[in-house]
Design a protein around this ligand. Structure first.
Ligand code: NHX
Ligand code: ZN
Length: 310
């Protein structure tokens, strides 16, 4: 088994495959390395070839950043489905859903930077928001996972806030959020109520037809506690997303309007729209019990108390 290349490895591999190819002046291999987490050497070689073909099909004489970006998006999420005819109402729902993810992700301090937001359907998704890590991370903090939960719920929350009538579209976000919250409780020991215990026996070897199965090895009482802690994490993230979107409603509107108009918004356009929004410090969103499961308690100045040392 060979590990997938890290950021530096991807940068070096891209450099090798770039040799002898007519790259445009705007190509930034560092950005491309950052955009391709999880790609293997073979994926990166393919990416260069696909981009060359794409550029040729557009009768361009160089491979530019747009061609590279499009190839990456295709590999990661499938081809664009521009032909899909969407009603104005549906488009608006999608624009607010994606705007909600992006805005919540942008102001929270521990999420990855938002790279691109789009309401052009791609693969199974009607719209998508892409956040990219700026460096390789091999583990994640509790505060990052909490912020990620809020960002995942940001789409649904925007739908609720703006239209008051949520859609089925957030299913995948809700599934991911629930998985993260449950893992925080039962695998990562990140709540005080349960503490650092592994709950549930994972079936060791993936068996035919019953891989990924879990066997319960704890009491009904603990099961109820786990459910309550998962619910708390999700509810807190939902509250935080709602608070952020309410506070920055005019920015949400601007982002949604821009998406309706241009359909895909990249980093530089996002920074223009977001302007100088302050980093969200969670003031006013604490659950007030200081148990360490929800928001950290706030100090007298409304600033966050430091994370308790463990
Ligand atoms: C449907 N699709 O199923 C339609 C066609 C809420 C604006 N009736 O959360 O596209 O509703 O932020 C992997 C990836 C299900 C698995 C995407 C499983 C999408 C995607 C349903 C945006 N973006 N939902 C999102 C979306 C949908 C779905 C998926 C998946 C929407 C949402 C799909
Ligand atoms: Zn979503």
């Amino acid at each position: 088994m060979v590990d997938r290349p890290d950021l530096q490895g991807r940068r070096a591999i891209l450099n090798v495959h770039a040799k002898g190819k007519p790259l445009g002046n705007d190509i930034d291999l560092d950005v491309l390395a950052r955009r391709t987490p999880g790609f293997t050497g073979a994926d990166l070689a393919n990416l260069m070839n696909e981009s060359a073909l794409l550029a040729a099909r557009r009768s361009a004489d160089t491979i530019d950043m747009a061609a590279m970006e499009e190839s990456i998006d295709r590999v990661m999420a499938g081809p664009e489905r521009k032909s899909r005819v969407m009603s104005e109402k549906d488009k608006r729902v999608i624009a607010y859903h994606e705007g909600g993810h992006a805005l919540v992700g942008h102001v929270l301090p521990n999420t990855d930077p938002i790279h691109k937001v789009s309401i052009v359907a791609r693969g199974r998704a009607l719209g998508w928001t892409l956040a990219l890590p700026s460096e390789d991370r091999y583990m994640h903090t509790r505060s990052k996972l909490r912020d990620e939960l809020a960002m995942l719920l940001g789409g649904r929350t925007a739908e609720e806030l703006v239209f008051g009538d949520p859609t089925t579209g957030a299913q995948n976000d809700i599934e991911k959020a629930t998985q993260i919250a449950r893992a925080m409780v039962t695998e990562y020991g990140m709540t005080d109520a349960i503490g650092p215990q592994q709950l549930g026996q994972k079936d060791g070897e993936p068996f035919l037809g019953r891989d990924m199965g879990h066997q319960r090895d704890y009491s009904d009482e603990v099961a109820a506690q786990v459910d309550a802690e998962v619910r708390r994490l999700i509810e807190h993230a939902h509250d935080e997303a709602r608070e952020i979107l309410r506070t920055h409603r005019s920015t949400l509107d601007l982002l949604a309007d821009t998406l309706m108009e241009v359909e895909t918004v990249d980093t530089s356009q996002l920074l223009e729209i977001f302007g100088q929004l302050p980093v969200w410090d969670g003031a006013g969103t604490t659950d007030g019990n200081g148990s360490g499961n929800g928001a950290r308690p706030t100090g007298p100045d409304g600033a966050r108390a430091p994370e308790p040392a463990s």
